[in-house]
Design a protein around this ligand. Structure first.
Ligand SMILES: O=C(O)CCC(=O)C(=O)O
Length: 249
């Protein structure tokens, strides 16, 4: 997730989860920095990941990134009532050498009403082939000079949103243009769980320090047959697990 200058909103909260870390030779888990202490990657959070990745979302990630892709970020994003819209952005710039990174936006409750502030996406903006001239461009923003082809692309591909039921997911290349929209509802929070996996590359020092628990192969096809994501979410949220809050009734 990008933190854009001037684009933060007091009403949009990012709650990053610690990811399992590698054991040292003494068997101790070694956190690398402060954020590794909170909140926890609990068995219930793991169950949600398994259920999410057991189905088509996992198959898409496996085909795009390979089974040795690794979980690199897990963040619950809550847009409270009053949250302003984010600027259109991509979480990463496309380059020939950058490892491919894909994020799953998992709805933790129904997001069927536009006033809740759903995420908007500009489909087909993730790769050079999507642009005239076959060169990838970042989206127009008010801080940089807009390339005419980016302006042209935006005019042809305005951001759209998809109504989601609890447990539905959107799978996005990190280079896709997108933005969180404004939550104009009176009293309903909107919470997504963002699950990002990155392709493994040889000589990747971060991957060397990562636990095997974060490998995509640990999750893909690992859910039980009856693991309906909505039901797993319901069980986790009812028991007060730490993956965002259910919409206030
Ligand atoms: O809150 C959202 O809907 C999307 C957040 C996002 O895209 C980001 O922070 O990069």
């Amino acid at each position: 997730m990008l933190l854009l200058p001037g684009a933060t909103s007091e009403n949009r909260h990012f709650q990053r989860f610690s990811l399992p870390l590698k054991r040292t030779s003494t068997g101790r888990l070694e956190p690398t920095h402060q954020r590794d202490f909170e909140p926890q990657f609990s068995p219930k959070v793991e169950a949600v990941l398994r259920a999410t990745l057991a189905g088509p979302a996992g198959a898409i990630l496996e085909a795009a990134l390979g089974r040795d892709a690794r979980l690199c970020e897990l963040t619950a994003i809550t847009a409270n009532p009053g949250a302003t819209k984010q600027g259109l952005h991509a979480d990463a710039c496309w380059t020939k050498t950058a490892p491919r990174l894909i994020t799953i936006f998992l709805a933790l409750h129904d997001i069927l009403d536009e006033t809740l502030g759903p995420t908007r996406f500009c489909p087909k903006t993730h790769a050079p082939r999507c642009f005239p001239g076959e060169t990838w461009h970042p989206p127009p923003d008010r801080y940089s000079r807009t390339h005419p082809r980016a302006a042209e692309k935006l005019a042809k591909t305005p951001p759209i949103w998809f109504p989601l039921h609890a447990g539905d997911a959107i799978v996005m290349d990190s280079t896709t243009w997108h933005q969180g929209s404004a939550n104009t509802s009176l009293d309903s929070q909107r919470t997504l769980l963002c699950i990002s996996f990155v392709e493994s590359q040889s000589g990747d020092s971060a991957a060397a320090g990562a636990s095997t628990k974060t490998l995509l192969s640990e999750f893909v096809g690992a859910g039980k047959k009856d693991d309906d994501v909505g039901k797993v979410l319901d069980r986790s949220l009812k028991k007060g697990d730490d993956i965002g809050k259910k919409k206030e009734k």
